[in-house]
Write a protein that binds this ligand. Structure first.
Ligand code: TRP
Ligand code: SF4
Length: 328
């Protein structure tokens, strides 16, 4: 039997940070078991930055180089750019004819985001922005994907996608589309160095490929337990950013560190030195791999061209079925 199909994508927003690592580790595992499609959602990037498009192409190349450095394998997975596959646009257009406006207006992320952008003085009441989740449904259904690894924030979009599949199949009396399942991985929600959500826009992130010196600076500015003034004050690891990082990157030393922190037997400076070397141990090989990829000019472009031709074959087959079902 053919392997189940998995599809997922990211908007190309530039270099990735270590918060993305657990997502990519999950993708990496999935490619051993499933037929995987991973893509750069560059059209989706346009929904919010349609005035400044200059970086989008470069960002796709950087992001995909990051994916490859972390271990996505173009031999195993189909890695491509959304805008290379016109079928996404065709399917999106056809869906836009059959999906009630109210379905899109009630997607919870829509009103939230419009509100958020308003607060920043930006107004994005475009047609495309409202249609963001419908384009996402087309991304998924054009490959007839069985499952989509996503974060919790994307669940409403996946629910809409399932409803679109159901409506299409019912309306045209053919089961063209499976209803894709969400694959919710246990993603570790690593906070930024200031303990807020990690995000490039807060400048509290740690890049996956950050060099040792820069890493040291970032670690030094991590927020620790504010109640510890002297080195031997008893600490509360549960409120400390460094501790959260230890729980992921120093599992072997975690229990000991917690104990010593509570008893005031380890100072934060020493504790930070440990997390820095734990992080460095994990990131150093990725840095090397990233350098190797950068040193092969045209390699990422080749991967994407090959991915596009494999993706196109699959998408073209779906569109043949769609047109036949719709008699178009
Ligand atoms: N909306 C997703 C995000 O912001 C990106 C995305 C676009 C996507 N199309 C997709 C994810 C299809 C999964 C499947 O993260
Ligand atoms: Fe955090 Fe470590 Fe300091 Fe405890 S000793 S507060 S875990 S940095």
């Amino acid at each position: 039997m053919a392997k189940n199909k998995i599809l997922s994508g990211m908007r190309p927003t530039g270099r990735l940070h270590i918060g993305h690592l657990s997502v990519l580790e999950n993708w990496k595992k999935l490619q051993e078991e499933y037929s995987c499609f991973f893509f750069s959602a560059d059209w989706h990037a346009l929904t919010t930055s349609f005035e400044e498009t200059g970086e989008i192409k470069k960002n796709t190349l950087e992001m995909v180089a990051d994916w490859l450095a972390v271990g996505l394998d173009p031999e195993k997975s189909v890695i491509f750019t959304q805008s290379d596959i016109m079928e996404h646009a065709e399917l999106h257009l056809l869906f836009s004819m059959i999906i009630p406006l109210s379905w899109l207006e009630r997607v919870p992320t829509y009103k939230d985001q419009v509100q958020q952008f308003r607060e920043q003085g930006k107004d994005i009441m475009t047609y495309g922005f409202l249609g963001y989740p419908l384009l996402q449904a087309a991304d998924i259904l054009v490959y007839r994907a069985d499952a989509v690894p996503v974060g919790e924030d994307q669940l409403p979009h996946l629910e809409l996608c399932r409803e679109v599949a159901r409506r299409f199949n019912h309306m045209y009396g053919r089961s063209v589309f499976p209803e894709p399942r969400a694959l919710l991985a246990k993603v570790s929600l690593l906070p930024g160095i200031d303990s807020r959500k990690m995000s490039k826009s807060y400048a509290n992130d740690i890049g996956i490929f950050t060099g040792t010196d820069d890493l040291k600076k970032k670690v030094n500015s991590m927020i620790t337990d504010p109640a510890r003034i002297r080195k031997n004050d008893p600490g509360h690891p549960e409120v400390c950013v460094v501790h959260k990082y230890h729980s992921i990157y120093s599992p072997g030393e975690l229990a000991g560190i917690e104990d010593q922190c509570r008893k005031g037997e380890i100072g934060c400076v020493a504790c930070k030195r440990i997390i820095q070397s734990s992080l460095d141990r994990v990131l150093a090989p990725l840095r090397e791999k990233r350098k190797e990829i950068t040193s092969r000019p045209g390699f990422v472009e080749e991967v994407l061209a090959d991915g596009a031709s494999r993706a196109r074959r699959e998408a073209a087959e779906t569109m043949r079925m769609v047109r036949e079902a719709m008699r178009i």
